[in-house]
Design a protein. Structure first.
Length: 304
């Protein structure tokens, strides 16, 4: 806005008009953004027949400088936003690498992980490292695939880079059992799924992640866990606990004071005396889970 020579001190005001519609095609709806200002065009048209006056040259130079400042502004804005996106990407990657797999049994997660989200969802490629606290005879990976995922997928499991098991999983729950002896040292486990699903691209939600399955549990087994599995259908679950105790490193481990109820002598024979108990740092607990057939599973765990 060019003010007359005698009115340079008069304030200038800008009037903005915003137009809204009740309904609009989805293709015309833009994300949230600020106001875009468009530089005004030249007040004249350039043509070979028209000679430029001094005022035309000044107006053209002013418009070019104004355009260059806008280009510089958007260049700096691009650098700023790119830096923010890169920092957020590093932060998100750090969060995902700190997400641990849901483990059970004598093993602990160690180091960084890959492909796992805090809400349980997993990408096509999952990798994590575990450190068994004792000798392990195998592990079982349990997961779930939604029924709206299109086709069955192949899931491969590798241990320390060596393929260990492959299954074809459809919608619903799945289990992958790997029979392999693992010593008490770090073990790298990787899972690869042949397919993924993106709810946003399929128009069924706002989740833009490429997801493959939900990782429910990774359970590790020891010989004592194997024995409990063989007692799955037995109603004499206390006798199963007694058999497990006999095979433990401390055959007379009993729950500490205030721990789980001890099996009665009528069910499993005489209970060891207090003098033969293991040190207080080593104890056991029985987790009894009733199945649909009112059978019981006894899981034995030793806490050091």
């Amino acid at each position: 806005m060019q003010l007359p020579a005698g009115m340079k001190e008069v304030s200038r005001k800008s009037l903005s008009i915003y137009l809204y519609t009740r309904e609009r095609p989805a293709t015309e709806i833009a994300p949230s953004h600020g106001t875009f200002y468009v530089p005004r065009p030249l007040p004249f048209e350039l043509s070979p027949e028209r000679a430029l006056s001094l005022d035309d040259i000044k107006e053209t130079n002013f418009a070019l400088r104004h355009r260059d400042r806008w280009i510089e502004y958007y260049q700096n804005l691009e650098l700023k936003l790119s830096g923010q996106l890169e920092a957020q990407g590093r932060y998100l990657k750090q969060i995902l690498s700190d997400t641990k797999p849901p483990l059970s049994g004598p093993a602990k997660a160690t180091g960084k992980s890959q492909g796992l989200y805090p809400d349980g969802w997993a990408l096509q490629d999952v990798a994590f490292t575990v450190n068994p606290t004792s000798t392990v005879t195998g592990f079982c990976i349990r997961g779930w695939i939604p029924d709206f995922f299109p086709d069955p997928m192949t899931i491969d499991v590798s241990v320390n880079g060596v393929p260990a098991m492959q299954i074809t999983a459809a919608s619903g729950s799945f289990e992958i059992r790997v029979e392999q002896n693992l010593e008490a040292e770090p073990v790298a486990i990787s899972i690869h799924a042949s397919g993924s699903y993106n709810s946003a691209s399929e128009g069924k939600g706002n989740d833009e992640r490429d997801l493959s399955f939900v990782l429910s549990e990774v359970e590790f087994f020891t010989p004592r866990f194997r024995l409990a599995a063989r007692c799955l259908s037995s109603r004499k679950y206390f006798c199963a606990a007694r058999s497990l105790a006999r095979q433990a490193d401390h055959p007379h481990d009993l729950p500490p004071k205030g721990g789980p109820e001890r099996p009665s002598a009528a069910m499993c024979g005489p209970v060891p005396s207090a003098a033969s108990r293991a040190p207080p740092r080593a104890y056991w607990h029985a987790a009894i889970t009733a199945s649909s057939r009112v059978s019981f599973v006894v899981r034995w765990a030793t806490v050091i």
